[in-house]
Design a protein around this ligand. Structure first.
Ligand SMILES: Nc1ncnc2c1ncn2[C@@H]1O[C@H](COP(=O)(O)OP(=O)(O)OP(=O)(O)O)[C@@H](O)[C@H]1O
Length: 577
């Protein structure tokens, strides 16, 4: 592009020199143009040369525009892909910690700024190259006058540096406030229900207005400085030109054609100088947005989720050895967990809120890396296991089912193309959602609305269970899967899980005792530690928490896990502390 700009600028300079020469010749009634650089041309030849230079310049401008558009598309595609791919390559723990709306803002608004930055850079390159070409042409026509103009331009450029710095620091603030604003908007969407039910719409409006004002105000300052930069430059440059013309008047010498050509070249150089100044200002205002994208991409790249290569024969037994996890240094969410789960076992995990149950589930899934300790899959450390292999063998049902915008079948299959239609139906039947789905107009192919909005909370949860079962996992990890289900659905799910027992290893966190009825063992987690693990009756004897939970049930049946589970199955009694 620099070469194209340079050739274009040379053509333009030559055209202007030829045009000035022609004009001067016509005014003075001469039949030749020049002499310039020792050459005189007939009017016809000068006219033809000017036309050829103009044609050449036009061709270069078109080529320049084509390459700019290509460069723009390439940079946008490249930057967007790098950011999105590096984000997708990070671990879940990193993705989970990202502020809401940030990635969306980076991939849309900020990427647009990259396009604008490329445009500005391109304009700056074109202007710098053209300016240089014009100054060189000017030097060739009249060295002294051009050298004076050059000095003046250099001084102006130096003088404008502080202004450009202000633009850049203002743009950094603007980029930050844009990200904050995106976070506010995103939160607004997530809390829409609460906003209406708590009647706090006005407060949300005020908050959005306030955040918007901050964003607009920071951008306004940057815009003012950016827009002021070029006109300030022009005024100073015009003054320099005036001084130059004054100098010419004082010296009082020179060919009319030469003076005309120098003036024209300097005016054009001045225009390119203005373009250069404006583009540098615009670049300074866009670069912080590019910096944000680059630093975020580097952060993701440095936190890529590295997969091992081992593929043991089975995913079980699962051994947890002295496992600890800290969200912040010194603050153990889980501490020294050690246990072993055999193939086909069902382990129920209970404990007060905030005890570390979900953290344990995330460590078992491999989406969080332990701070200390180890997780062995059939004797192989989880870190060495091939992620894709592990993901096929271990599936997860979260507390809050999240669905795709698509059909029921697409939601159950969830991009795993190896799962055929029969397996999808089978999983839906096992999760007791098939009957509900078959009642929809297109059965399992029915579109479920945006993020499954056409289904009830309980139906969404059963669909998430079907999704987990469809892959026929060796290990199924469930984090309070029945918390949003009615008692009848919960019983059906429990029945499904009981049927899986023996063939699928199940680890299930539940606050409802009834859900855990089918479990072989119960694990009690309190304040980040496993305080009891064993058969339900043993845990009942061993764990005051478990006993308290049982005591808190409204039942007059004799104590005993079996009987309590039976008595609570229809009430779905909670055992949260
Ligand atoms: N992303 C996080 N950043 C910092 N601390 C966290 C994070 N997630 C959880 N914690 C903290 O770790 C501890 C364990 O949380 P965890 O979610 O594992 O508990 P839990 O037993 O599953 O609770 P609940 O039953 O309420 O879901 C809590 O003290 C919680 O505040």
């Amino acid at each position: 592009m620099s070469v194209v700009s340079l050739i274009g600028a040379v053509f333009e300079a030559l055209f202007l020199v030829a045009l000035t020469g022609l004009g001067m010749a016509l005014v003075s009634g001469a039949t030749t143009v020049g002499p310039m650089w020792g050459q005189s041309l007939s009017l016809g030849s000068a006219l033809a040369a000017a036309a050829a230079f103009l044609l050449g310049r036009t061709a270069m401008v078109v080529i320049g525009a084509w390459s700019t558009a290509r460069l723009n598309a390439a940079v946008t595609r490249e930057e967007r892909a790098r950011l999105a791919h590096s984000y997708l390559a990070t671990g879940w723990a990193i993705q989970h910690n990202e502020p809401a709306g940030r990635l969306q803002e980076l991939l849309t608004t900020f990427i647009n700024r990259v396009t604008l930055a490329v445009n500005a850079l391109n304009q700056a390159v074109v202007a710098a190259v053209s300016l240089t070409a014009f100054l060189v042409a000017g030097l060739l026509v009249d060295a002294i006058a051009t050298a004076a103009a050059l000095g003046a331009l250099a001084l102006i450029a130096l003088g404008l540096i502080p202004l450009r710095r202000r633009i850049r620091s203002g743009a950094v603030a603007s980029a930050k406030s844009n990200l904050n604003f995106a976070g506010s908007i995103s939160e607004l969407g997530a809390l829409a229900m609460e906003m209406h039910t708590f009647g706090v719409r006005k407060r949300f409006v005020e908050r959005i207005d306030r955040d918007s004002d901050v964003t607009v105000e920071t951008q306004r300052r940057v815009n003012f400085l950016t827009y002021a930069l070029a006109p300030i430059y022009v005024s100073i440059a015009y003054s320099a030109l005036l001084v130059g013309v004054g100098a010419f008047a004082l010296v009082g010498s020179g060919e009319l054609a030469v003076i005309g050509a120098v003036l024209l070249l300097m005016l054009r150089a001045l225009a390119y100088g203005q373009q250069l100044t404006a583009s540098m200002g615009a670049l300074a205002s866009h670069l912080p947005f590019l910096d944000s994208i680059t630093s975020t991409t580097s952060f993701y790249e440095n936190h890529a989720d590295l997969s091992g290569t081992e593929q043991p024969q089975h995913a079980t037994p699962l051994e947890v050895v002295n496992l600890s996890y800290e969200y912040a240094p010194g603050k153990n969410a889980l501490q020294g967990a050690t246990f072993r789960v055999e193939r086909g076992e069902a382990v129920g995990i209970v404990g007060p809120s905030g005890a570390g149950k979900s953290t344990l589930a995330q460590l078992l899934l491999g989406v969080r890396r332990p701070t200390h300790g180890e997780l062995l899959v059939s004797g192989t450390p989880l870190n060495d296991i091939d992620h894709a292999w592990w993901a096929k063998r271990v599936t997860f049902v979260p507390q809050d089912a999240r669905l795709l915008t698509g059909s029921a079948a697409e939601n159950i299959r969830f991009f795993r193309d190896h799962i055929d239609d029969a397996a999808v139906r089978d999983a839906a039947a096992k999760a007791h959602i098939l009957d509900d789905l078959e009642k929809l107009p297109q059965g399992l192919d029915s579109h479920l609305g945006e993020r499954g909005g056409r289904l009830s909370g309980g139906q969404r949860q059963r669909l998430a269970i079907a999704r987990a079962l469809a892959g026929r996992p060796e290990i199924l990890i469930l984090d309070e899967p029945t918390s949003s289900l009615d008692a009848v659905s919960e019983r059906l799910i429990r029945q499904t899980l009981s049927e899986l027992k023996g063939e699928t290893t199940i680890l299930i966190i539940a606050h409802r005792l009834s859900t855990l009825k089918f479990c072989d063992r119960i694990m009690v987690v309190e304040r980040g530690k496993i305080t009891s693990l064993g058969a339900p009756q043993t845990v009942q004897k061993e764990s005051p928490f478990f006993r308290r939970s049982i005591d808190s049930l409204d039942t007059d049946l004799p104590l005993g896990f079996e009987s309590i589970a039976v008595s609570s199955q229809e009430e779905g009694t909670a055992i949260d502390s």
